[in-house]
Design a protein around this ligand. Structure first.
Ligand code: IVH
Length: 741
């Protein structure tokens, strides 16, 4: 037994090779067990300090005996990444976000709040730092005894993803800290970002090889960090600025300013634009200095962060949910750019809405090239909002106009102003079409019966005879949230529609009978694509027969996929019908209420025939007059009757069964989903919860029982925390419902 005795007490310097090997094995096991107890069972068996001691010892031994580093090393420096996704990392100290200031007054208020908080300390001299807010992704880097052992994304602030291998490829991130005096354990926090130069270079490389398009440096940096293969991350030449820290065994220095300076001594890049200031005036002066430099920095920043300098005061002032009280981000105003309107196109949507789109001379705003911008509707073009009140000071938009575009963060670009002085002399007011540009049917503005108000949108009255509506309806019918027919994407729908093979949803299920024609359509498309490629490359094509064979196989697969969906879930089927105002949630409510398609149709028709729909249609929580009106329109239209009857010859929706098992962990509970889900779509999650007898709500209130928060969760998560409502992540949610489904 003596040989197996842990060498815990022996100094690392004194360990023999054999002892080191067995010690590393023991540490790997002990750390893994502690991780499981902490992360999976939420029942830590050792203290944080003991845990840190294990990791530090492990890192030290690995440093002395690099050849002995195990494949399952807890430092994560070797070994394959997990097969699926990245492992989760619980941040020892949460990664916070920042309160925002948009005006100078907001900054004055922030400082005032601080002064009031420390009012009793007469002699207190509060200092602040001001530095750029880098527009990238935050990351947390754990150093144990100066060695980088684990790096994680912010995730939802509490749990992030382990991207150590990818972070290690970033040159600005030291694998070992330089100098001395670093705490035993410290989580360095900062921003991973991509320079414009690197972004442009990547776009050029991608364009040369016909690869994907990249939207902006920030999203590209995010994508680059989440690569499965660290070599890909390495090729993106990401950068990193250190500006904060999380868990640490000792303060780096007494102040924020000096702490960040220390980071530079330890080998990190830090912003050269950080200053220390005492007054609002000085802070705002630095805001303008940074704003001036913004366009020449070579990377995106979106504001200036002010932080209380003295760590002692930071601690005393403390936190509100998810944000420190002692820091604030003073945002730059949304970026604007000027360009011209080349033309206005009208798109016809699934429900016949005529949607005007301005085609612009391409212009870069906030790091993104903008070429199209929605003009919403006829009134918007005229300079009026939906209440008839002036926007853009009532200025209308005309073809040829010079316009000011604004884009803030992830917000969709919009036209905020029109330069009337630059308007060409011959630019007349835009004549919004009164007929559908696709089918020629009249396009009208409906009048809301209740309010007497005219809808701001003009709609094509062609319904099923309008090819634009028909194609959009078909695309919707087969889409993922609806019938989910694999392999029958928008492109194939277009193709079969153009070829006259699919006009209504029922035709999809008859496509098999027109095999030869379908195959011809596919072959012709392939032929056409090959011709285009040939013309582009100048090379001749070979092996056309092989292509035919592939067409044939693809088509058989498609028929199988169509057959597989002949008995869809009732809620999906109702949603797939594309009835106006019936989204997936409403479809689920209807399915749950009526249980079978026959009952839904029976009640729908009776409601449509009744003088007052409310005498027939049951009162359903969550379904109001708009939906009832849409159902009356749908079932009152004979053409829909025929289309539906035809469709039901081929498709037999399954009765909707609600399984409210008494022991279902979520039955009767009100649940809110927020943030992004990774294992299922939002509508799947919703449907699953509802099947289990839970109610899914859109916003968090005191009535909420449970919040399922994915990455990117924001205000809902905050409210939930404030109200003390239970919050779980997607995995925990699945775990909870697994037994019940
Ligand atoms: S400090 C405790 N400093 O902004 C305070 N954050 O809105 C933690 N960010 O998630 C953050 N530049 O990703 C800080 N100089 C800077 C920053 C910065 C960018 C990001 C960071 C954070 C977000 C908060």
């Amino acid at each position: 037994m003596v040989a197996n005795k842990p060498e815990t007490d022996k100094p690392v310097d004194a360990l023999t090779q054999d002892e080191a090997e067995s010690e590393l094995a023991r540490l790997a096991e002990a750390i893994a067990a502690a991780d499981i107890a902490y992360h999976q069972n939420d029942a830590p068996e050792i203290t944080d300090a003991e845990y840190d001691a294990l990791r530090i010892r492990n890192a030290e031994i690995e440093m002395r005996f690099p050849d002995l580093v195990r494949a399952d090393s807890p430092t994560g420096s070797v070994g394959a990444p997990p097969a699926e996704g990245f492992a989760k990392v619980r941040h020892a100290v949460p990664m916070l976000s920042l309160a925002k200031a948009y005006t100078d007054q907001d900054v004055v208020d922030f400082i005032e709040r601080g002064r009031r908080f420390f009012e009793r300390d007469k002699d207190l001299d509060i200092a602040f730092t001001a530095e750029p807010k880098i527009d990238g992704l935050s990351a947390s880097l754990r150093y144990e005894n100066g060695v980088f052992v684990q790096g994680a994304t912010r995730g939802n602030g509490t749990v992030g993803e382990d991207i150590t291998a990818n972070l290690k490829t970033i040159a600005d991130i030291p694998h070992r800290l330089k100098g001395s005096g670093w705490p035993e354990v410290i989580e360095i926090r900062g921003e991973v970002y991509m320079t414009y130069a690197e972004f442009e270079a990547l776009k050029a490389r991608s364009a040369a090889t016909g690869g994907q398009d990249y939207v902006n440096p920030r999203n590209t940096a995010a994508g680059s960090l989440r690569q499965k293969d660290p070599a890909v991350t390495a090729s993106r030449n990401l950068k990193f600025f250190a500006y904060a820290w999380g868990y640490t065994t000792a303060d780096p220095a007494p102040t924020q300013f000096e702490s960040v300076r220390k980071f530079a001594e330890w080998g990190f890049e830090i912003t050269p634009l950080m200053v220390r200031a005492k007054s609002v005036e000085e802070l705002i002066a630095q805001y303008h200095v940074i704003e001036e430099k913004r366009s020449s920095l070579g990377y995106d920043i979106d504001g200036v962060v002010y932080k209380v300098d003295q760590l002692e005061l930071q601690r005393r002032w403390g936190f509100v949910t998810g944000e420190p009280r002692w820091a604030i981000a003073h945002k730059f105003p949304a970026e604007r750019a000027t360009t011209t309107v080349r033309k206005i196109d009208i798109q016809v949507g699934r429900t016949g809405t005529l949607a005007p789109v301005a085609r612009l001379a391409p212009v870069t705003v906030g790091g993104v090239v903008v070429e199209n911008v929605t003009l919403h509707n006829e009134d918007y073009i005229k300079g009026l909002d939906s209440n008839g009140l002036p926007i853009r000071e009532g200025r209308d938009i005309r073809i040829g106009d010079t316009v000011v575009i604004q884009r803030a963060g992830d917000v969709i670009p919009q036209i905020v102003d029109v330069a009337i002085d630059k308007r060409p002399a011959d630019a007349g007011p835009y004549d919004f079409p009164h007929t559908c540009p696709v089918c020629g049917s009249p396009a009208t503005r409906e009048v809301n019966e209740n309010t007497g108000k005219e809808d701001s949108r003009r709609r094509c009255t062609g319904e099923l005879i309008c090819p634009a509506q028909a194609v959009e309806r078909l695309r919707h019918f087969v889409s993922r949230g609806a019938m989910d027919i694999e392999g029958l994407g928008a492109e194939n729908i277009d193709l079969f529609f153009q070829a006259g093979l699919i006009e209504t949803a029922a035709d999809i299920f008859r496509l098999k009978d027109r095999r030869a024609a379908a195959q011809r359509a596919l072959a012709e498309r392939r032929e056409e694509q090959a011709r285009q490629r040939e013309a582009a490359s100048g090379k001749e094509r070979k092996n056309a027969r092989g292509a035919d064979q592939r067409n044939f196989e693809g088509l058989e697969k498609l028929f199988a996929a169509i057959d597989a969906r002949r008995e869809p879930e009732l809620d999906r089927f109702i949603f797939a019908l594309g009835i106006r105002h019936v989204g997936d949630t409403t479809a689920a409510l209807l399915a749950r209420t009526f249980s079978t398609i026959e009952e839904f149709i029976r009640v729908g028709k009776e409601t449509a025939a009744a003088e007052d729909p409310h005498t027939v249609f049951p009162s359903i929580n969550g379904i109001g007059d708009t939906v009832i009106g849409a159902l009356v329109d749908f079932f009152g239209n004979e053409r829909n009757d025929k289309v539906l009857a035809d469709l039901l010859e081929h498709v037999h929706p399954k009765p909707y069964v609600v399984t409210i098992s008494a022991d279902s962990a979520v039955a009767g509970k009100t649940i809110v989903f927020t943030g992004s889900l990774e294992k299922m779509t939002r509508s799947e999650a919703k449907a699953m919860a509802e099947r289990l007898g839970a109610k899914v709500a859109g916003s968090v209130s005191a009535k909420t029982d449970l919040v399922v928060a994915g990455p990117g969760a924001g205000s809902k998560l905050k409210t939930a925390t404030e109200l003390g409502i239970e919050v779980v992540d997607e995995d925990a949610w699945l775990e909870r419902v697994r037994g019940a489904v």
